[in-house]
Design a protein. Structure first.
Length: 66
């Protein structure tokens, strides 16, 4: 699917990486790196959920039912 893009932009390289599970990708440029792997996305959601649950627990019973 990405081959036509690679052909139009010769400075791109697509490199298979067996350490990246299906559904994920990593992008590296000269000045940036993006990790959009399934594991990284899961960790982000888990951290946000934990932060929300901690916030709700600290609000007290009267404020939880808003």
């Amino acid at each position: 699917m990405l081959e036509p893009l690679q052909q139009r932009h010769e400075n791109w390289r697509l490199i298979a990486d067996d350490t990246v599970s299906a559904g994920g990708c990593k992008v590296s440029t000269g000045n940036a790196q993006i990790d959009n792997t399934v594991d990284t996305r899961f960790q982000s959601v888990a951290s946000q959920l934990q932060a929300h649950l901690t916030e709700v627990a600290h609000q007290g019973p009267d404020q939880n039912n808003e």
